[in-house]
Ligand binder design. Sequence first.
Ligand code: DGJ
Length: 700
Amino acid sequence: MPNPTPICQNDHGWVIETRTTAYALGMNSAGMLAHRYWGARLPRLEDYPPAPTPIEWASFNGAASIIPLEYPGYAGTDYTEPCLKVAFADHVRDVVLRFDRADIEGDMLTLTLKDAHYPLTVQLHYQTHVEYDLIARWVTVINAGDAPIRLERVASAQWHVPFGGDYQLTHLSGKWYDEMHLRREPLLPGVKVIESRRITTSHQHSPFFAIDRGHADETTGEVWLGVLAWSGNWKLMAEVTEFASTRVSIGINDWDFEWTLKAGERFTTPYSLGAYSAAGYGNASRALHDFIRDTVLPHGRTPHKVLYNSWEATFFAVDEPSQIRLAELAAEMGVELFVMDDGWFRGRSLDNAGLGDWTPDPVKFPNGLNPLIARVNALGMDFGLWIEPEMVNPDSDLYRAHPDWAIHFPTRQHTQMRSQLILNLGREDVQDNLIAQIDWLLTHHNITFIKWDMNRNVSEPGWAELGEHQRELWVRYVQGVYRVWGTLRERHPQVIWQSCSGGGGRADLGILRFADQVWISDNTEPTARLGIQEGYSMVFPANTMEAWVTDSGAPYVPLSFRFHVSMCGSLGVGGHLLHWTPEQRAEAAEHVARYKAIREIVQFGDQYRLISAQANAFSAVQYMSKDKTEGVLFAFRTHLPTPAILPPITLQGLDPEAIYEIEGFEQPRSGAAWMHAGLRIELHDYQSALRSIRRVGTNS
Ligand code: DGJ
């Protein structure tokens, strides 16, 4: 096949091509902008079907039930889920979008649509990421008139899969301490809604969907997949119409949402990324991983240091001597970054005070943080710190000075969760205060890592000053978080940030523009973690996945198992080192050294989910360097009734012609043999294995 052309145009409309996939849209004979094709790239431009034309339908059927409209407005006889709902100043709530023009610039296609009557312009943006086999879509809505226009829904995209087919929807759901379960269910006529109403991305659901025809697996079958780059309320609606037209809308949640566009103003949605894979889920995940590492993360190509985090060891009882004792032991084990978690700031003895006042507690740190940081640095480690900037305890100087800064309704109870309220980051004065406080910390201390936490969901979402525009809070809040984080990142570009929200409450492509890592769960029990890690890997690459070895799981889960689980991501240690025996610390040092030898493969290589940990008590995952010369295989057995026969592990991603050596096996074999005949690793309950894979020659 010829090289892909990022965007082509002909009489039928536009074709967006990536390395192996294509997406086509165009005008149908009735003048509707409709979806034409999403799937494998075809050899010739003429191969892509034209936009479907309306057929005769009964008076009970709207066009959108049959025609896959590219970006339907709520109008006319369309009863399916629209992308755009607006109210004009004269109270008309019917959007009739007509095609105006198309602009192609390199890898970007922008289609401009205009309302037939009102000065409303909608721009549909498509950006092709040719090498990643991904297409990004987002929308700008412009009020080109004098009167305000109220937006009630503005989705980022509606993704259509081919007509018909008994589709299965895969999504990620869970709860705090139990995130990222892969759920799979048939898509039947009607609408399946998955969303967050919590002001953050949420532990409960992820802005991610994948659709297949029921027989795709990790390596085979067609998969259509999408994500949304947004860290606030979001909504995904998978709809199957009465004519088996199947589509997924994704965007900012329209629940309790509204946005007033004043004269001349514009509103831009977050982008949604779409992927088509002809070779199963693993392939689609790897495309997302590469894209995130290469284009989204601030430091996507910098290997993450092995860190120690104090939380599960000392909880709030941090002070200089206790942290130095831990730091000394961590340094002996080869840890490179020492992170002091919660408890270090003014008034913070428990979780009921201090949030909002980001200066060191004078009792715990009478000389400030610098003596501790100096000691950590002298031990050869970088220093990192925990903060929770979006929160305030009523027992804090910040709250006493600015009680109105918390999100609240004046006549209602201020519901506290973990004794805290949420600061209204939509307000510029709140943003500026936080920027100043955290900037002070980063300017006056040698801090190279920040864990940014967020430990509750919203309640009483009021903002008195917004008056009748109350419902803008949801979006303004997220924009505020992005502004604070973005400003700090710009001022302190060397800092690595971690996104934490009581574990995995804020994992999305929006936050990864600022944070290089995610703390994916507060649950550090390693057998539970295996499943959470697998779910997370559907979308996110291993380098973004901070994973600590703690005391959770001990003693029934051995230290080696605990390390192996965490070595599948960005390794950290969070156990109480003072309680570890010298032998355990020596063993830990060996694991840390081993991790350093393989971390480039794990963090930057291709990940293959060989045997699912969510579905099996015996699981395996493999990482291969991009040039296929080096790899690492992890296998885990949790609990299986005995006697149990463990299945062979068939590797993936090797060069079939090349010869590979695998640790623990005497005989080198061809890549084809390891991938088809496989290998066996015998493990007892709660045992694990780490095996290096090395290319040693070619099959000549
Ligand atoms: C929740 C986080 O997920 C934990 O790792 C820890 O940082 C605590 N918050 C601290 O309060």
